[in-house]
Write a protein that binds this ligand. Sequence first.
Ligand code: ROI
Length: 165
Amino acid sequence: MIQVYIGLGSNLGLPEKQIQAACSRLATLADTVLIKCSSLYKSQPMGPQDQPDYVNAVALIETALSPDTLLQQTQLIESQQGRIRKANRWGPRTLDLDLLLFGQQQIDNEHLRVPHAGMQQREFVLYPLFEIAPDLILPCGEKLADLVMACPINGLQKMAHSVLI
Ligand code: ROI
């Protein structure tokens, strides 16, 4: 089993419910155990500002699925929760599931790049990840704690309710 961190984000269709539902679905994947999920965080949209605030969280699963199979499964969850892929890459979405880290693997193929590009600068990824994995070291050798310290909080707020697992 490999430890995989998944970033969850939503800013449409009752975002808290979207994240909760997605976590419940992750828990039902074959050959996979949901280990934990961070608190929910409210974040400012990165990209175009004329869209609602996001709700973000990070989940840790242990899985025997391959990266590509897991990607297919997370894309299925996104589409079943009403995600419509638009030409506008950085527009609002009901659900985004990003494979952030897949053990210590570095993957770069036509479908998938892990560690997730951009995660090192995104407060809405780093802070929830740090909440559930404060001692994490990325495959590049960087300590998560150092990345968090260097990352402005940009209005990120921990929400009162967390995901039930
Ligand atoms: N902005 C925030 N705050 N949270 C996200 O999950 C998120 N996801 C995205 C873009 C459009 C880049 N902006 C985001 O895909």
